[in-house]
Design a protein around this ligand. Structure first.
Ligand SMILES: Cc1ncc(COP(=O)(O)O)c(C=O)c1O
Length: 507
């Protein structure tokens, strides 16, 4: 029988100070259910980017941790009074900044259950169901990409970590004795190629793994912001001629600024001919492959040696859920499996020890929230949500193109819509962004496309509707209609022009 002791929480008998009593559990459940319900219902009217209450947040720092707990109601009160009002409403239907997929409806419940089970997804005895669930999610993701059955992968904390672990896998594959000697050997530098539009996580991975940014080539892009394969070929030839070692190319399926998709098939041809490892950064775009019609644009993902995906973007999993898939799964395991004889591991063909497929030993059950949402809603719901965001982005792009005084800065390939107000300076673009958020119209973000500054909307939000896009367009049109005509002519060139001064051109 459990030892019963008196809690400092009044009038309640506890078996353990760190557990809730039956009454407290009822109370916590009721308050959580009520809070989740009011949060969801309140989203359309919520402030997208509430101004932080600095006093309230400072008091979080100034107030010592309580020696005696505030209890369930005290905690929920603090959530409601201090945490929620000072949190960005990323699930608001007009949160249209960055590439962030607001969470799906089952996510909070799956997260709560995952915390209760607290499986350690390092080796399978600590997480048998989780091991198989992660495997089923990874096998499904591999089938979406078009990878062969020998592919293996791992869920990660995000796209950046997936890209880092891909580079480590390729280093281990291509550099003899890499685990033993690392890059500390007398050999010509290895060279990584990516485009000027690539995400900074590629540079970060190359820098921290010792490749050195001097050995990362940022290849120019074509007018559609896609990697120029002729320039890539020329760079590889030039480096070989100089005695360097070209070995790794990162193509992007959905660049972070404009959503452009590199010509992956042509890049794959070049990589095959030159014996280069092809990694695809598909953190933003590759999961649009859920729709067959995207295969023409991005089917080349299937030819990569490895690929980064981000279920916390287009699968609307709550943060964090990234993914690395490697075509030849043995290479991933070779790179990360270290002898851990102190861990009790018995081989089982059904199970996977994920500590052997990535950097982490202790790992949470990320696959649970991804799997649960796929089970609850079905794949078609995600396919439909993605198709809807693509259509809404096109509608926004068409509306901008049809509006005198607004210029699209790039074709709308996926869901990123980049535009500028003709003649507006950087400050005016910034002021427009601030105005849109102050009026709670929408959170959009800044962008620079081919040197020209502007504004970017990214419709990766499954809650966004036609009406939301209509409101954003309406407000943008109002803003440009107030501008004097000469300003619209002045700003055609790159950089947006500076003829329009803030005092007589409010946007
Ligand atoms: C193209 C691309 N790659 C990588 C990343 C980084 O992903 P994460 O934020 O999951 O690390 C992003 C994030 O937006 C991205 O758009």
């Amino acid at each position: 029988m459990a030892i019963v002791c008196q809690s400092i929480r009044p009038n309640l008998l506890l078996v353990n100070e760190l557990l809730l009593t039956d009454e407290e559990r009822d109370r916590a459940g009721a308050r959580l259910v009520a809070l989740l319900d009011s949060y969801e219902r309140g989203l359309p009217e919520a402030e997208i980017l509430p101004a932080p209450d600095r006093d309230a947040l400072s008091s979080l720092l100034a107030t010592p941790m309580p020696e005696h707990g505030v209890g369930v109601d005290g905690l929920f009160d603090a959530w409601e009074s201090t945490i929620l009002p000072n949190s960005t409403t990323v699930a608001h239907p007009r949160f249209l900044a960055y590439v962030l997929g607001p969470p799906n409806g089952i996510a909070p419940y799956a997260e709560a259950m995952a915390a209760a089970m607290n499986q350690n997804c390092n080796f399978w005895q600590l997480s048998p169901a989780a091991s198989v669930v992660e495997r089923s999610v990874l096998e499904w993701l591999a089938s979406v990409v078009g990878f062969p059955s020998g592919a293996r992968g791992i869920l990660t904390g995000g796209g950046s970590l997936a890209t880092l672990q891909a580079l480590a896998t390729a280093l281990h594959d291509r550099v003899p004795d890499f685990h033993a000697t690392g890059l500390q050997r007398d050999a010509a530098p290895l060279v990584v190629y990516t485009s000027v539009e690539a995400h900074r996580s590629v540079d970060k991975a190359a820098a921290v793994l010792g490749i050195g940014l001097d050995n990362v080539r940022h290849i120019a892009t074509d007018p559609l912001h896609r990697m120029d394969v002729h320039a890539l070929r020329a760079a590889v030839e030039e480096d070989r001629a100089a005695g360097l070692r070209p070995w790794y190319v990162v193509g992007t399926c959905g660049t972070v600024s404009t959503g452009s998709v590199d010509p992956l098939d042509e890049i794959a041809d070049l990589c095959a001919a030159e014996d280069l490892w092809l990694h695809v950064d598909g953190a933003y775009g590759a999961l649009f492959l859920l729709s067959e019609e995207m295969r023409g644009l991005m089917g080349g993902c299937a030819r990569a040696d490895s690929i980064t995906l981000d279920p916390h973007k287009l699968l609307h999993a709550p943060l964090e859920a990234g993914c690395l898939l490697v075509r030849d799964g043995a290479k991933l395991r070779d790179a990360f499996a270290f002898d851990s004889s102190y861990l009790t591991v018995a081989e089982d063909p059904l199970m996977t020890d994920y500590m052997d497929y990535g950097l982490q030993l202790s790992r949470n059950f990320k696959a649970f929230k991804v799997w649960s949402a796929l089970q609850a809603f079905g794949v078609s719901a995600f396919r439909d949500a993605n198709a809807r965001t693509l259509a809404l982005a096109r509608r926004l792009g068409d509306g901008i193109e049809a509006t005198p005084g607004l210029t699209l800065l790039a074709p709308v390939t996926l869901t990123a819509v980049c535009f500028a107000v003709d003649g507006a300076s950087d400050d005016e673009h910034r002021a427009l962004l601030e105005r849109l958020i102050a009026e709670n119209v929408a959170l959009l973000g800044p962008v620079v496309v081919a040197g020209r500054r502007g504004i970017r909307a990214c419709v990766t939000n499954h809650r966004t509707s036609e009406a939301d896009i209509g409101l954003v367009l309406h407000r943008l049109r109002q803003a440009v209609s107030r501008r004097p005509r000469r300003a619209a002519v002045a700003g055609e060139g790159p950089g947006g022009g500076t003829a329009a001064t803030p005092e007589h051109n409010p946007v």
